[in-house]
Ligand binder design. Structure first.
Ligand SMILES: Cc1cc2nc3c(=O)[nH]c(=O)nc-3n(C[C@H](O)[C@H](O)[C@H](O)COP(=O)(O)OP(=O)(O)OC[C@H]3O[C@@H](n4cnc5c(N)ncnc54)[C@H](O)[C@@H]3O)c2cc1C
Length: 513
């Protein structure tokens, strides 16, 4: 028989349990809501918190909305494999070398204008004149030189070629190693649409600069080959795609960025000039908040170049043994958390730009005259820019609307001069990769600032073929550097932390391959 007292207790117990469950549900729901709101705020705020990075490099990727571990994972699983395939395609493996100003000796600057203009202007422009002169003033200087009529921006397109001289100081090429050189190779491996019928060079002109270097160059171009690519001036880089027999295509796959032996005061002077250009307070050691983003981008690129040098280092010149110089990797990059951080920053910056221009890149023409290859290229591009894993893991690597807040847009003249400084690199292969990656950064900035109000990016953005090639190859270089830092960082940290520092050029820790 039922005991009414026990039944009553049971009932009140059940009611209390219901209340408890109800309360728990409410608390859980409230917690869920607040965490969602917190996360939403984080993706739109520049101060989003990033999770722990590798060992010592546990600071946040500044101004990011994607944590280190996510970036590492995403890079390894998704981006790196796709990028590796993409840069091998004919479209992305040929880069057209260019320079901003062609100087023929000393500090006197005979500037050769476009051949169809037919004028040759001789100016005495010193290093300081070039650095101190604003772009508009420089145009005026050119315009008033000799009796040349007023020159428009188009007239200012200068005759360019890959191995032009430095506009700022006499070239003092310090590269002694064969591997500094870029090799020119036969025409037959070059995509047909890239070749200009009117400027085809005889194969006798195609000489290898060094007998056994691994590069390939063809100087012919065809400005009409890529109908989808608009040939307009690029304000960031002074690039142009006009017919010019002096321009040179290089097969990047055959000219890897690696140790070349280029060093000393020549290399140091370039880096110093680039940093001063983008951060005037650099020599004093002061940080430069108004230029901080540009500084971080340059520093990230510098880290990446150093990582590649260390990853493919000539360990023994006599036996031509190549391998990893881990001491150098640690000494130049890994021991400096800010340099590692800047590498991640630059990678995320370029990645954000690529995803931002996704529709544009997807719709672009990748014609090299080989439909099969071109379809593959198109497909890899799609896999890169619309990758669902990328979207899920890193929906907004950057809140770029706030990135430049209070800093103004980067200065056009700085971009041009940084690019021109690449012509002062006394090593052809370093110059090639220096130019490509600075062009890639310039293209990233151009894309970032092309968005105008509610307009679609495609309506305001016009990219040249070389810019897209530079952008994707830059992203690939950064992606490779991230892989190396992620793989080597923690173990190197352990070993090097215990060792006394050894000179970086003596590979005390190596891994040959
Ligand atoms: C554009 C460019 C491309 C190059 N490409 C190659 C190449 O492909 N192969 C090759 O062998 N050499 C290349 N070099 C040379 C190479 O970068 C070094 O300059 C050279 O190896 C000498 O190194 P270093 O130890 O003197 O220091 P550097 O790398 O020359 O650095 C100079 C100074 O800059 C500061 N610094 C270094 N790294 C950073 C950073 N990430 N952020 C902020 N500050 C930093 C430090 O104070 C350092 O002392 C290139 C040079 C330039 C300018």
């Amino acid at each position: 028989m039922a005991n009414p007292e026990i039944d009553k207790n049971k009932k009140s117990c059940i009611i209390e349990l219901h209340w408890l469950i109800g309360a728990l549900v409410v608390v859980f729901f409230a917690l869920f809501l607040s965490s969602t709101i917190f996360r939403t705020n984080n993706t739109t705020s520049i101060s989003c918190h990033c999770a722990q990075g590798p060992a010592k490099y546990s600071e946040d990727v500044e101004k990011c909305c994607c944590d280190y571990e996510t970036v590492n994972h995403l890079n390894k699983e998704v981006l790196h494999p796709v990028l590796q395939e993409l840069v091998k395609t004919p479209f992305f493996r040929y880069f057209k070398g260019l320079c901003s100003i062609n100087i023929l000796g000393g500090l006197d600057v005979p500037v050769i204008l476009n051949s169809h203009i037919g004028h040759s202007v001789s100016l005495n422009l010193s290093f300081s004149t070039l650095l101190d002169t604003s772009y508009v003033e420089l145009m005026f200087l050119l315009a008033t030189a000799d009796s040349v009529p007023l020159l428009s921006y188009h007239v200012l397109r200068l005759q360019v070629k890959l191995w032009c001289d430095c506009p700022f100081w006499p070239d003092d090429g310090m590269c002694h190693l064969r591997d500094c050189s870029v090799c020119e190779c036969p025409e037959n491996e070059f995509p047909e649409p890239f070749k200009a019928q009117s400027h085809r060079r005889s194969s006798s002109n195609l000489v290898c600069l060094e007998e056994n270097t691994e590069g390939a160059v063809d100087r012919t171009i065809d400005s009409k080959a890529f109908k989808g690519w608009v040939e307009v001036d690029n304000p960031w880089t002074n690039d142009d795609e006009t017919d010019n027999a002096e321009m040179t295509y290089v097969n990047l796959q055959l000219n890897p960025e690696r140790y070349t032996g280029y060093s000393g005061s020549s290399a140091r002077r370039i880096w110093d000039a680039v940093y001063i250009e983008n951060c005037p307070k650099y020599p004093s050691g002061e940080i430069c908040p108004e230029k901080k983003i540009l500084y971080k981008l340059i520093s990230g690129l510098h880290s990446s170049i150093s990582i590649h040098i260390a990853a493919e280092y000539l360990l023994d010149e006599a036996s031509n043994t190549w391998g990893q110089n881990l001491t150098l990797m640690y000494d130049r990059v890994l021991q400096f958390p800010d340099r590692v951080d800047n590498l991640y920053f630059t990678f995320l910056f370029v990645l954000r730009v690529v995803t931002k221009a996704a529709d544009y890149l997807d719709e672009a023409s990748y014609d090299t005259g080989n439909p099969e290859d071109d379809l593959k290229t198109q497909s890899w591009v799609k896999q890169l820019v619309y990758n669902p894993k990328l979207k899920a893991a890193c929906p907004l690597p950057f809140a770029e609307a706030r990135l430049w807040k209070g800093q103004g847009e980067p200065d056009l003249m700085q971009q041009i001069q940084t690019h021109a400084l690449m012509d002062c690199i006394g090593c052809e292969k370093c110059r090639l990769w220096g130019k490509l990656q600075v062009l890639g950064l310039g293209t990233a900035l151009k894309i970032l600032f092309s968005v105008n109000g509610q307009k679609r990016l495609g309506e305001t953005l016009h990219l040249q073929r070389n810019e897209v090639i530079a952008l994707i190859n830059l992203l690939n270089r950064l992606s490779e550097s991230l892989m190396l830092v992620h793989e080597m960082g923690p173990s190197l940290e352990n070993v090097m932390g215990k060792q006394t520092s050894t000179p970086s050029d003596q590979p005390s820790m190596t891994g040959s391959f």
